[in-house]
Structures are given as structure tokens and as C-alpha cells.
Write a new protein. Structure first.
Ligand SMILES: [Zn+2]
Length: 224
């Protein structure tokens, strides 16, 4: 087991500093231990300077920091604030990478669903145009010809929309079902990644809501 005090530069040689990979000293209060565990998971470091409370934590970029007290009269408030500070730090690699990875999965899923919807619309419009074409007596009327032309133009627009969405997703499918299956896979991976512990809770809520919304769109598109 490592008990090393790694000097990370700024704090000088005589100040004990604990890297996120080190074993950190145990805080006497459980609420502070939770906050410290979380900070370490997010890649923060801890320093302990005698006479300056229990310690001080720094984010990976050393842009955010927070004092750790020994106890105090209203002890849980500052520990809660410390957790919030850790969650909201935009410099942490672990959390930021996970969140942006999940965002990328869901963004791709959304584009694939958009493409699938556009493909479905295109097929519907083309089918309507075919039906109109098959009804000979209607085609002889100029109003029907206008509608026929309009349906084909709309179908072409929908096809272009699908192509643009596929290009944005970086993946092409010929059929709506294939696009929806791929989108479903993306949403499932995102949901798995959201199970990872200690992601920022606000982000988890937002990303879960987004995943649920996309899942509902997939279900609706499949049953349409
Ligand atoms: Zn930070």
C-alpha cells in the first residue's frame, strides 16, 4: 500500500501533498471522508499544512480549490459545498471524459433517429405518389398532377434531410430499421456508461432524461 506524499511542485518540499493515486489520510468525520473520496475519484489532490485546518484540496488543473476543516460547528455544510465544488469543476478528466463520451453517444443516436424519421417520411410520400399515379382517372386531372409533383418534391427533400443526418452521425443506413437499431445501440451504451459511479449528479439527471427521450422516439418510430 502506498502512503507516499508526492510533491507536485507549487506547494514546496515541506508540505505533504497527496496525489489522487496515493492513499489519503483518514479524516475523523464521515461527511468529510465522503467529500474527500469523491475529490480523489475526480483526480483532485490534497495538501496538509499545519495550522491551516485539516487540509486543502485542488482540482487537476489547480484552478479550483477548497479548504477541508477538522470539524466545526455546522460541519456538513462545508463538506456539501466541497462536493459541489468537485462536481462542478470543469477541469477534471475522469468526469469530463465520461460526460462528453455519453453526450457523443446520445448525439449520434439523435442524428440516426432523425435520419430514420426522414427515411420513413420519404417512403410514405413516395407510396402516396405511387397510389396517385396508379389511379389513372386522377392523373388526368391537373390538380392530381400538381399533388403528384408536390409529393415527389417533398420525398426528395426528406431524402436529403436523411442524407444530411446520416452524414452528421458519420454512419449511413439504407433502411429506417437499420438506423433505429444503430441508434438503440448508442442509447444502450450511454445508459451503461451512466451507471458509472460518481458522475456529477446534475449531469447524470440531464443525460438520463435525454436517453429516455431518445428511447421513446425509437419505440414510437418502430411502431409507426
Ligand atoms: Zn477545476
Amino acid at each position: 500500500m502506498r502512503t507516499a506524499c508526492t510533491s507536485l511542485g507549487r506547494s514546496g518540499d515541506d508540505v505533504p501533498e497527496f496525489a489522487p493515486t496515493d492513499k489519503w489520510p483518514r479524516h475523523p468525520k464521515p461527511w468529510w471522508r465522503d467529500a474527500l473520496d469523491m475529490a480523489r475519484d475526480y483526480g483532485w489532490s490534497l495538501t496538509q499544512i499545519k495550522g491551516h485546518g485539516w487540509g486543502h484540496i485542488y482540482c487537476p488543473a489547480r484552478s479550483c480549490d477548497y479548504p477541508i476543516y477538522s470539524s466545526g460547528t455546522a460541519p456538513e455544510g462545508p463538506a456539501k459545498t466541497a462536493r459541489r465544488k468537485v462536481e462542478r469543476c470543469p477541469h477534471g478528466t475522469v468526469a469530463a471524459e465520461s460526460v462528453s463520451h455519453i453526450e457523443a453517444l446520445l448525439t449520434k443516436a439523435e442524428r440516426l433517429i432523425d435520419a430514420a424519421d426522414a427515411l420513413s417520411l420519404k417512403n410514405k410520400l413516395e407510396r402516396r405518389a405511387e397510389l396517385l399515379d396508379a389511379a389513372d382517372d386522377l392523373v388526368s386531372q391537373s390538380a392530381a398532377w400538381d399533388e403528384f409533383g408536390l409529393l415527389l418534391a417533398q420525398a426528395e427533400d426528406a431524402e436529403q434531410e436523411a442524407a444530411a443526418a446520416f452524414a452528421a452521425a458519420g454512419e449511413r443506413h439504407d433502411a429506417q430499421a437499420g438506423a433505429l437499431d444503430a441508434a438503440d445501440g448508442q442509447v444502450r451504451s450511454a445508459r451503461d456508461a451512466l451507471q458509472r459511479p460518481r458522475l456529477p449528479s446534475g449531469e447524470v439527471k440531464r443525460l438520463k432524461g435525454w436517453a429516455d427521450e431518445l428511447r421513446a422516439r425509437i419505440v414510437a418510430a418502430r411502431s409507426a
